[in-house]
Design a protein around this ligand. Structure first.
Ligand code: F6R
Ligand code: MG
Ligand code: MG
Length: 373
């Protein structure tokens, strides 16, 4: 059996600089140092640290498989140490996503978000990572549907015989804590029926149908369900494998040519337009947003990220491109239209989506004052 390679992206909001704006450089540097040490010890083969707004993102490439306790412990330890540093500096929301204390080998259900994918390396394996801030767990439902199921987005679904059999989609029902796998194009309508309901269903994994080749993995943690109250939005991450019988990098990026709406933004309680940005603009400002999306790309090489002559991983900053200017402009136009609505739906999320916010407390407070008519 050839050795398999694992790509792990584990992320956490451990505290941020000026409100919920960005994970500052001091925390990124700390994470970089610890991951470099882990790489030196051979625990991981490659790493890259970046931020999506106020979330600290750890990309680790290794050969230890998914849900590996050593890898998860490494990430958990870094988040703990970074949150301690954030507390010392009195950064905002220090340790906000570290919802549990007793670590038992896996970050799932403890607050941090995690997307992982283990696979046998192909001759050349291009990987695209997406990371969002101020967005709900289902923020990738729409683009992943476009990438892997919509022939008007992905020419390969029509033209490339390798993709003719379609793709399989795992959908998580966050209310029932159950998953279902649907095969497209045959079950396309059922897929859209489910994942169009973003509040409840999250697209979690994608495989090429003809050979079950894994090609999509998304973090699914819902912080409000873990904490039982609003503690910040989930700000998910996603890993997508590309090319040679899978959607091309350009087909993976084209859904972001236009902005689209996600649940999140201010206080995790509003519809907000996704703004695809380069890493330099990975920050949230207007009404704590608009919800930002960054994307990085790299080639997998012998269990690691392909490196330059100095041994530095070669990372492409995919949204750092004028081609996404239109989406950014649209995002601001949509943002302005929504903000004109103030706290009236549909700018604000419907009451059911706010069940873990302070709205129920307002209703509770007024309970005795409602009169029967
Ligand atoms: C959304 C988010 C922010 C905060 C908002 C209020 O995910 O992180 O919009 O919800 O800034 O924050 P607190 O309650 O910390 O004052
Ligand atoms: Mg925060
Ligand atoms: Mg965040």
């Amino acid at each position: 059996m050839p050795t398999k390679t694992t790509v792990s992206v584990i992320k956490c909001d451990v505290g941020s600089l000026v409100g919920h704006h960005i994970a500052p450089k001091v925390l990124l540097n700390l994470a970089e140092k610890r991951l470099a040490e882990a790489q030196g010890k051979g625990l991981i083969n490659s790493h890259y640290v970046f931020n999506a707004g106020d979330d600290l993102e750890l990309l680790m490439v290794h050969q230890r498989g998914e849900e590996n306790p050593q890898i998860h412990k490494l990430a958990w330890g870094i988040f703990l140490e970074a949150s301690e540093k954030a507390k010392k500096l009195k950064l905002y929301g220090a340790g906000q996503d570290l919802l549990k204390t007793a670590f038992s080998g896996n970050v799932r259900g403890m607050g941090p978000g995690c997307a992982e994918m283990e696979f046998e390396e192909r001759a050349a394996d291009p990987i695209v990572i997406f990371a969002a801030d101020k967005a709900s767990a289902s923020a990738f439902n729409f683009p992943l549907y476009r990438i892997f199921a919509d022939p008007s987005n992905t020419a390969g679904l029509v033209i490339d015989p390798e993709m003719a059999g379609g793709f399989k989609f795992e959908v998580l029902d966050a209310k029932q804590n159950m998953t279902v796998v649907l095969k497209c194009p045959e079950e396309l309508y059922e897929l859209v029926a489910l994942i169009g309901t973003t509040e409840r269903y999250t697209l979690s994994r994608v495989w090429r149908a003809k050979d079950d080749l894994i090609c999509g993995a998304t973090s699914t943690s819902r912080l409000s369900l873990i904490a039982g109250k609003y503690v910040g939005k989930d700000d998910p991450v996603s890993i997508v494998r590309s090319q040679h019988g899978l959607p091309a990098v350009g087909e993976i990026l084209v859904p972001f040519m236009h902005s689209y709406f996600v649940e999140g933004w201010m206080r995790g309680s509003h519809w907000g337009p996704i703004m695809p940005v380069g890493l330099k603009d990975s920050q949230c400002t207007v009404f704590d947003g608009p919800p930002r999306m960054v994307s990085i790309g790299f080639q997998i090489c012998d269990g690691a990220i392909a490196c330059d002559d100095e041994g530095k991983p070669m990372i492409a900053d995919l949204f750092n491109d004028p081609a996404f200017e239109m989406a950014r402009k649209e995002a601001m136009e949509y943002a302005a239209a929504l903000r004109r609505m103030g706290e009236f739906e549909p700018a604000r999320l419907p009451a059911e989506a706010l069940e873990y916010t302070t709205l129920p407390q307002v209703v509770e407070k007024l309970k005795g004052r409602f009169k029967k008519i």
